[in-house]
Design a protein around this ligand. Structure first.
Ligand SMILES: O=c1ccn([C@@H]2O[C@H](COP(=O)(O)O)[C@@H](O)[C@H]2O)c(=O)[nH]1
Length: 272
């Protein structure tokens, strides 16, 4: 199924704009698992079980697995999510970007090895670095546009010869010339609601993956207000605030409580 259709089904079915990010850090695991990188799958599976009816996507961040030589556990987790939450699309946050021949290998990694439904990519090497991913039918490609970190302004705010800022140019390309078969989306930080609104203006119907609510302090209501359109999908990611809501045996239940409160706050901000 097409990524956009999966997203739409999960968003409507679960009445949710929330994506739970899977950034497993063994140092922050609850007692009994703490510090044990062999328990990454177990930890994430408990979070998936506890939140799968509350989300419109899951977003595992590949670095948290690779850093612990836990790619096998990521494969196991991807298969697990497909089995227990088949209606929830999975976005592999890998932020890849390289020349075409290398991009082919990254695309194979994301879509064949890990069976992701979408992947995050850096657009800064140009269209030929994106094209290999388009060979995988139905898969979503989500391009970094206006990232949530303060340093994102260093380059993304630079003004180009045509008067656009760099992030605006990325949004224009993704909504236009580069979007050959409607499978591009954009990453825009919740920490910059004004730029979020500007990106929504330039890319009215593209899926926006919006990290920065929760641990980074982005405001749920301001995010929805800036990005909302009935025909413009929104995926608001929260990782650490959900994953580490509790550090006891009830950590998954605590994660569910925070996920539910975040989903409700996002929904409350939708225009009637
Ligand atoms: O601009 C960006 C792009 C990606 N991220 C990723 O999202 C999550 C955010 O985690 P929190 O714990 O909710 O802050 C993380 O995986 C980042 O790598 C981002 O934060 N900003």
């Amino acid at each position: 199924m097409h990524f956009n259709a999966q997203l739409s089904q999960a968003s409507h079915g679960h009445q949710s704009l929330l994506c739970v990010g899977l950034d497993p850090d063994p140092a922050r695991f609850p007692a009994g698992m703490k510090g044990d990188s062999r328990r990454i799958f177990d930890f994430c599976a408990r979070i998936v079980d506890a939140t799968k009816d509350l989300v419109n996507a899951f977003k595992p961040q590949i670095a948290y697995f690779a850093a612990h030589r836990a790619e096998d556990q990521l494969e196991q987790l991807m298969a697990y999510m497909k089995r227990v939450a088949p209606g929830v699309p999975v976005i592999l946050d890998a932020k890849r970007g390289d020349i075409g021949s290398t991009a082919e290998q990254y695309a194979r990694e994301a879509f064949e090895r890990y069976q992701a439904d979408a992947v995050t990519l850096s657009p800064y090497m140009g269209f030929d670095s994106i094209e290999p991913y388009l060979k995988y039918e139905g898969k979503g490609l989500i391009l970094l546009c206006r990232t949530s970190n303060p340093g994102g302004s260093d380059l993304q705010f630079e003004t180009l010869a045509n008067g656009d800022r760099l992030f605006e140019q990325v949004a224009r390309l993704a909504a236009g010339r580069w979007n050959r078969d409607g499978r591009l989306g954009l990453v825009v930080g919740a920490t910059f609601p004004a730029e979020l609104a500007r990106v929504r203006e330039l890319a009215p119907t593209l899926p926006l993956l919006i990290p920065g609510v929760g641990a980074q302090g982005g405001d749920a209501a301001a995010t929805v207000k800036a990005a909302w359109r009935p025909d413009g999908p929104i995926i608001v990611n929260s990782s650490r605030a959900v994953l580490y809501a509790g550090d006891g045996e009830d950590f998954a239940q605590k994660a569910r409580q925070v996920a539910q409160a975040t989903r409700d706050a996002l929904n409350a901000a939708r225009p009637a």
